[in-house]
Design a protein around this ligand. Sequence first.
Ligand SMILES: Nc1ncnc2c1ncn2[C@@H]1O[C@H](COP(=O)(O)OP(=O)(O)OP(=O)(O)O)[C@@H](O)[C@H]1O
Ligand SMILES: [Mg+2]
Length: 264
Amino acid sequence: MRTAHIEVSGLTMAYGEYVVMRSLNFAVRRGEIFIIMGGSGSGKSTLLRHLIGLQAPAAGTVYFDGHDFWRASDAERGRLLRRMGILYQSGALWSSMTLAENIALPLSAHTQLTPKEIAELTSLKLALVGLAGFENYYPSEISGGMQKRAALARAMALDPEILLFDEPSAGLDPVSARRLDELILHLRDSLGSTVVIITHDLASILSIGTDSIFLDTETKSIIARGPPRELLKTSDQPRVQDFLTRGQVLASTSSSRSSARRRL
Ligand SMILES: Nc1ncnc2c1ncn2[C@@H]1O[C@H](COP(=O)(O)OP(=O)(O)OP(=O)(O)O)[C@@H](O)[C@H]1O
Ligand SMILES: [Mg+2]
């Protein structure tokens, strides 16, 4: 059996005395688009911070490819972190730098590539997210959806095996949000990355999510796991059903998906 790409084992997350979630156990398989769901304040961003080394567990640990992230040396942890690309919710790009300079930053910091090679790679990454020719634009000169795609290009600069996103579609109009979904699917398929997404966006959850967990504030635990579409059909947890059935979910999902496809 292959090792899970990410395994969270007995993870308790706390701020001082205040416990956010207790003894979380779950695994993310390679190539999944794994959705972390849960109400506001349930600990989704906190969980992400534990996955990327910004916050240490109160108990338990996280394994990447079987390597114990929190018991690793600093050097080993640094090597594991370089295999991840992170798209933060806000302030994703440096506003004083062009798109090319933004994407070149991780490449010049972490590789021995020459400036010419970096410029070529930067253009390639921008082309991958549909922004060929926008090298010399500043973030303020492009739309919100284009900024998200540029930030995605930067997250992918070092060819990460794992992409992590905190609310990628927040602040985007529905069409741009659907285009971002299509792009995430495309990147997963072409690069073979594993994708972990925190999102409230039901259209995204139901259309691209292949697996998920639901963090429940009341019990401080995971109360549902599995493909979101399956959970919608089978979960008998009222709070999970509430989360997955807000508004006219299914109707708007299918119509916005087809309109997004028409515009691609
Ligand atoms: N720096 C902090 N210090 C103390 N408590 C914090 C801190 N950051 C978050 N918390 C608390 O931890 C809990 C989880 O917060 P977190 O930001 O992870 O939630 P979330 O699921 O990401 O919420 P949202 O959907 O609103 O982004 C909340 O009760 C929050 O008040
Ligand atoms: Mg959050």
